[in-house]
Each structure stands twice: as C-alpha cells, then as structure tokens.
Design a protein around this ligand. Structure first.
Ligand SMILES: Nc1ncnc2c1ncn2[C@@H]1O[C@H](COP(=O)(O)OP(=O)(O)OP(=O)(O)O)[C@@H](O)[C@H]1O
Ligand SMILES: [Mg+2]
Length: 234
C-alpha cells in the first residue's frame, strides 16, 4: 500500500536519514522500532510530506507521491498521529476530534465518523464535552488517535503512542490498537515498548542511525539478535 524507497533526508547540513526503505502492507500493524534519534519521526514526516527528502521516493497505491503536499496526502488517507499528541487543551474532546474530520472531502460523513470514533473509544463519548487538557494521559492519547481516525485513514501512523503513560495504561492502549486496526487500514506504530509492539504487530522494521537495519515478521524480529541486543540486553 505504501512504500518508502531509499530515502535520504537532512535538517540543514545534518543528515537524518540515509537510504531508508520501508514497506507497509494493505492491512495490519507494522512496528517501526529504533533507539532515540534513529530517524523514526523523520521517516513519518517524510511519509506525511512535512519533510521533503533529498533523494528517494514515497509511493502510495502505486503512485509516486513524493511531491504531493501534506494536505493532499491526508486526503488520500495518509494520517499521522504526532509524538506528544498535540491537542488543543482548552477545547473540548469533541472539538479536537472534529478538527481531524476537517478534510477537503465534504461528503457529509463527519457525524457518522464521529460515531465510529466514539464506538472505538467509549471513554471519549463520556468525556466529549470536557476540556481535552484535563483528561488523563491515556485518554488524551485516545483523543489524538481518534482525531486521526476522523480523517478516515488508509494509513494511520502513530508516533510514540505509549510515551509517558503508566504501564497498565500502556497495556490497555495496545489492546485498543489491536481492536481498531481494521481490515481496510494499515497502522504504522512507532514504539519504545518493543515487546508489546511486536506482540500486537504483524511485521516490523528496525531503524538505527538513520538507516534501516532489519525488516521481518514480528516473530522474526522478536527472535533476532539485533532486537535482543538493542532492547532486551542480549
Ligand atoms: N527539527 C530538527 N532540526 C534538526 N535536527 C533534527 C530535527 N528533528 C530531528 N533532528 C535530528 O534528526 C535525527 C533523527 O531524529 P528523529 O526525531 O527522526 O528521531 P526519532 O527516532 O524519532 O527519535 P526519538 O525516539 O527520540 O523520538 C536526530 O539526530 C535528531 O537530532
Ligand atoms: Mg521521534
């Protein structure tokens, strides 16, 4: 469905990505793993069009989208849930969700979509009129993911979903992700909780120092020396 081909990217003179390649299947969950500063967020921004690669390309459903604007990519169904959630804290939960439905596809499906998001996250229905900034960390992450779902994504990229959440909440978030990953959506999950991520994911890619190091099924990655050494102390 989506393919990043041999992408290099820079911030000024500093190279952040070197020859990065990543393939997302049509459905299911792909774990995107790597240490701090590996280039995970940068890769996501290349996919959403927030950063233009110096070389390489991004393909979606067989078309080269490397030069498309971020807005056009959202319209195609490529949606990023940013690291740190980036909610409007003084606005209600529902206002935040509605912002995600504000694409150029004015087809009157916003209400239907909102119902779907509340179905996925019943907690948000209870809190729909509360200020987003007053919610717990886990609930705020639900709002951020829900806002992404409002745009009816075909590719949903979630950056550091469990950052700053208590372990029990992290478990709940992984269960939720497993249940919302539907048959018509591909989820790209950036995670520090490698074990949880590989339990819920079908496939994964490891990136280090701006270079893709390893790609395989979740089982292969869990068993691999690279993942064991990097994340589980050998
Ligand atoms: N806005 C920026 N300006 C300059 N350098 C940046 C910028 N954003 C990221 N970098 C650098 O690019 C490299 C890759 O960063 P990136 O944020 O993609 O890593 P990451 O894998 O998402 O890390 P983390 O796990 O800490 O979120 C790092 O060396 C980082 O310092
Ligand atoms: Mg990051």
């Amino acid at each position: 469905m989506l393919e990043v081909k041999n992408v290099s990217a820079y911030y000024g003179d500093a190279q952040a990505l070197e020859d990065v390649s990543l393939t997302l299947p049509d459905t299911g969950i792909t774990a995107f793993l790597g240490p701090n500063a590996a280039g995970k967020t940068t890769t996501l921004k290349v996919i959403s069009g927030l950063i233009r690669p110096a070389s390489g390309s991004v393909w979606f459903e067989g078309e080269d989208i490397t030069r498309l604007t971020p807005m056009k990519r959202v319209d195609l169904g490529i949606v990023q849930v940013p690291e740190g959630r980036k909610l409007f804290g003084s606005r209600t939960v529902e206002d935040n969700l509605l912002l995600g439905g504000y694409t150029s596809r004015k087809d009157g499906k916003t209400k239907e979509r909102l119902d779907y998001v509340y179905e996925c996250f019943p907690r948000l229905l209870e809190r729909r009129t509360q200020e987003a900034g007053l919610l717990s960390g886990g609930e705020q992450q639900m709002v951020a993911i829900g806002r992404g779902l409002m745009a009816r994504p075909k590719v949903l990229m979630i950056d550091e979903m469990s950052l700053g959440l208590a372990p029990v909440v992290v478990e709940q978030m992984f269960e939720l992700i497993g249940s919302i990953a539907t048959s018509d959506m591909s989820v790209l999950l950036v995670e520090q909780h490698v074990q949880n991520a590989l339990e819920v994911a079908n496939v994964g890619t490891v990136i280090e120092g701006g270079q893709t190091r390893l790609t395989g099924t979740a089982e292969e990655l869990l068993a691999s020396d690279v993942v064991r050494e990097s994340y589980f102390g050998g």
